[in-house]
Design a protein around this ligand. Structure first.
Ligand code: FRU
Length: 489
């Protein structure tokens, strides 16, 4: 179908039940529906928004266009959970229904204030000439779950010197003040982040740019996030317009962070190290964090990217979110570990210890479409070793380590139906360690791989056939010891 403006900006409440039911049918017939990831009932999901712990539950929202696998009129869709594992759908939270968000309730964040969950988002609007006018808006949710929008935006103007690409407020509280970082594009078409502050969440003052060392680093920075972790300041953002550089920046757009000294809120000085990609897989963008009541810094990302087609499009839906990860810092790097609660998903367990030497090995219970798998390789003499999974007669996805190149390699060349082929089918990253631990979460059409307790992560959609369920362990040019456990999910 060709998506005209009329189709893209159609409101959900003008669509009759029959049409929706037909769309739902089409989606439910898709063999790539996920088993334990957050995914839309229909249509397209993108960024996680408003991630917070409020009133005894985790609340999460996502960007949603209900009517097809395209970026049309965006809603905030609400899901909630008590354990970060089992999420309940709670329907639309923010509609695009005022003059300040007429063309979409774009991304933003949540913060608790006066016993309410304040949702700070970008109202996207277009005038008759189709010129974009962004507003930064607030809606608040009470303990009963009803959501009320403030009548007027809290930031109505793009600051002087910047274009209309001004969106995705992330708000936090510090020293009895509220601060927000917002993604923005300078007049010279470079991306950056600006800082605002407010005593009450309602009246905001523009402070200026966060002073980073990245003055010419892509044309737009989307979905910024700032937090402190230990003694560090972390600025997270999703820059667009970077060119590939060796193994880095291979995807259409990037998502990563700079680690530094805590941001100086007076001078806006941020002394930081290099921009580091958060994830080395094919599908990861626009992550957002929150601090929970246990003091954990939690992160969820969009397991997808803008401006690409995906094999589920023809079934009327696209994308899902990642599992929740807990952040920490080791050796000056962010480490991401799947949250402990994910163990709740574990069902039948099976373990094996073996030596793998110049061969490919399979073990009886090691197969499936949805599972968690932990594999430790140690006492390694092989040049290459790793795991092939979702293996079928003509399909396999490979995660391996090459000891000569000292690289981790994810290969989805034969993973099934292809996607984003022009961006390649192999991802690599340098990694040095004596022993390698691969921790996989495989769902029907995705994999998240945590390496050596979250020092690196590879997140990817894959689209294999239903009967591609095999798992092989392999070693080339030598041997490795192997200890592995699978839990069916
Ligand atoms: C990132 C993004 C945000 C925007 C939202 C719109 O994927 O482009 O910058 O707010 O998606 O859905």
């Amino acid at each position: 179908m060709k998506w005209t403006k009329n189709h893209l900006y159609r409101h959900l409440d003008t669509v009759d039940e029959k049409e929706l039911a037909a769309l739902e049918d089409k989606v439910n017939n898709c063999s790539w529906r996920q088993a334990y990831h957050i995914q839309p009932n229909t249509g397209l999901l993108n960024d996680p928004n408003g991630f917070s712990f409020y009133n005894g539950e985790y609340h999460l929202f996502y960007q949603w266009f209900p009517l097809g696998p395209v970026h049309g009129l965006k809603y905030w869709y609400h899901v909630k959970s008590v354990d970060l594992v089992h999420w309940k759908n709670d329907g639309v939270a923010i509609k695009a229904d005022t003059p300040y968000d007429s063309h979409g309730a774009f991304s933003g964040s949540g913060i608790i204030h006066n016993d309410k969950l304040y949702l700070f988002y970008t109202g996207n609007t277009r005038d008759e000439e189709w010129v974009r006018h962004p507003y930064q808006c607030i809606a608040y949710m009470d303990k009963k779950g009803s959501i009320i929008k403030l009548e007027k935006p809290v930031i109505s103007k793009v600051p002087f010197g910047y274009t209309d690409h001004f969106r995705d407020p992330k708000v936090w509280r510090e020293n009895n003040m509220f601060y927000a970082v917002i993604g923005i594009q300078r007049m010279n078409q470079t991306g950056t982040v600006v800082l605002y502050c407010s005593p009450d969440l309602l009246n905001w003052s523009f402070l200026g740019e966060i002073k980073t060392e990245l003055q010419d680093f892509g044309y737009m920075w989307e979905c910024p996030d700032y937090f402190t972790l230990g003694n560090n300041g972390v600025l997270l953002f999703s820059p667009q317009g970077l060119s590939a550089d060796g193994d880095r920046f291979q995807n259409i757009y990037q998502a990563g962070y700079c680690l530094g000294k805590p941001l100086d809120l007076e001078t806006r000085e941020f002394k930081h190290g290099d921009f580091v990609e958060l994830d080395h897989g094919f599908d990861f963008y626009a992550p957002q964090t929150t601090l929970d009541e246990k003091g954990r810094r939690l992160l969820i990302g969009w397991m997808g990217l803008p401006d690409l087609d995906y094999p589920t499009d023809s079934s009327g839906w696209a994308h899902c979110l990642t599992l929740t990860r807990e952040l920490s810092i080791k050796n000056n790097k962010l480490v991401q570990q799947p949250v402990d609660e994910l163990k709740l998903l574990r069902q039948m367990e099976c373990s094996v210890q073996d030596i793998v030497q110049n061969e490919r090995k399979t073990y009886g219970e090691f197969k499936g479409k949805t599972y968690e798998l932990m594999a430790e390789f140690y006492d390694i003499h092989a040049e290459k070793f790793g795991i092939e999974f979702r293996v079928g007669p003509t399909e396999k996805t490979i995660i391996m380590y090459n000891r000569i190149e000292k690289k981790l390699i994810l290969d989805r060349t034969l993973s099934g139906e292809n996607t984003a082929l022009s961006y390649g089918t192999i991802r690599k990253c340098l990694f040095e360690a004596e022993a390698i631990k691969l921790h996989l979460f495989v769902d029907v059409s995705s994999v998240e791989i945590f390496i050596n307790d979250g020092q690196e992560v590879f997140t990817s959609r894959i689209f294999p056939q239903e009967n591609s369920e095999g798992i092989n362990f392999f070693a080339e040019a030598g041997s490795t010891k192997l200890k592995t456990t699978i839990w069916q999910i």
